[in-house]
Design a protein around this ligand. Structure first.
Ligand SMILES: Cc1ncc(COP(=O)(O)O)c(C=O)c1O
Length: 360
């Protein structure tokens, strides 16, 4: 049976498309923390087994505790689930906006979740909104003016653009009859999370909903763990259209362990900053590719060596390197690819291969 949609970051599909034999790859299309899950989880792994024969709490209370302790979010304002993607579908179903603006290019599931709730979509280009302080609030209000809701990623995937959180709050306050949905899946990777994340906000506009993921920064995509913050009324509304036990008992045991991962967090951020600085310099020497380093743990490259990105993707694959072809991101500049920032050794392997291919 054909799948309803395809994810762009599947190495086996790329080998198939290029009629190449499948081989192991260094996968730069995955943008979770390259260090793998925090050591505290590995250390406790055997003990986690005992959580399997009990039902989890009805609404993931251990995950709510995590958000209270880490971000100061009141428990009635948070709802956790099997990753933030699932919650986007739940929120879309609860809100059922007639029309929504999506700031693009962006994560495909904003579009799919909203369409699944019957919403008509209007796409607004990210560069129209801007990312400085000037005019962003006005641009957001303009973008949502013909719609019931607006959704954006902050920092955005795939561009890494980070918007000033105050501009979003100001827009939400200026347009109280519109919904503002913000995806902060990658916010923990930015330079100053405390000054950037809306989760820390005290004065919460009722029309603001913020999604958060624990699967990216802590490299736990297999566990499925995320949440959204909203007004208590909105949380209740989403609970009303959701099944019970949206967080499994293993995930509920893991969430508190993330509070003991301070050293891992610091190491991640220090290494990421060092690699971004180093790679910015390295990227200047690469022919036929222009690079954009954003605020998150990934960057994009635009291929100018020919008129098809396949001319880069194919020889990279032959060298065991897989990057994310971004052509299925609506509104993307043609021939853009995205790559995760990983360890220095892996990043050097990628840039060595890019240099080889680009120099022909
Ligand atoms: C921008 C963005 N938001 C949200 C998600 C969903 O993350 P999860 O469901 O693992 O929390 C992803 C996953 O790729 C993503 O790229």
């Amino acid at each position: 049976m054909a799948l309803l949609y395809q994810h762009g970051g599947i190495p086996a599909a790329a080998f198939d498309r290029f009629a190449m034999p499948v081989r192991p790859v260094m996968d730069f299309s995955v943008n979770t923390n390259w260090m793998g899950p925090p050591p505290s989880i590995r250390a406790q792994w055997n003990g986690l087994f005992s959580s399997l024969d009990a039902y989890p709490s009805l609404h993931g209370s251990a995950v709510s505790d995590y958000y209270l302790n880490r971000y100061g979010v009141p428990q009635e304002c948070i709802l956790s689930g099997n990753g933030s993607a699932e919650l986007m579908y739940r929120v879309a179903l609860a809100l059922k906006p007639r029309t929504a603006a999506i700031v693009c290019p962006s994560f495909y599931h904003y579009d799919r979740a909203l369409k699944s709730a019957g919403t008509s979509i209007r796409y607004v280009a990210e560069h129209v909104i801007g990312d400085g302080n000037d005019g962003v609030t006005e641009a957001l209000c303009d973008a949502v003016s013909l719609c019931d809701a607006l959704i954006l990623g902050n920092p955005n995937n795939p561009t890494g653009r980070l918007m000033n959180r105050q501009s979003i709050v100001d827009a939400a306050k200026r347009c109280p009859d519109k919904w503002f949905l913000v995806d902060e899946a990658f916010i923990s990777f930015v330079m100053n999370e405390a000054a950037s994340s809306l989760l820390f906000l005290r004065d919460w506009p009722k029309n603001l909903i913020v999604f958060h993921s624990l699967t990216k920064f802590y490299a736990l995509p297999g566990i499925r763990l995320g949440a959204f913050r909203a007004s208590p009324e909105m949380v209740q509304k989403v609970i009303g259209v959701s099944p019970p036990w949206m967080v499994n008992s293993l995930a509920e045991k893991i969430a508190p362990l993330l509070q003991d991962a301070k050293e891992y967090e610091a190491q991640t951020l220090t290494q990421l900053r060092a690699e971004v600085t180093r790679l910015k310099t390295r990227s200047e020497g690469v022919r036929h590719i222009s690079f954009t380093f954003g605020a998150a743990n990934f960057a994009t490259g635009q291929w100018h060596g020919s008129n098809t990105l396949d001319d880069l993707m194919r020889p990279l694959l032959a060298r065991g390197i897989f990057v994310r072809d971004c052509s299925n991101f609506y509104g993307i500049i043609p021939n853009t690819f995205r790559f995760a920032i990983r360890s220095a050794r892996d990043n050097d392997a990628l840039f060595d291969a890019l240099n080889e291919v680009a120099c022909g």
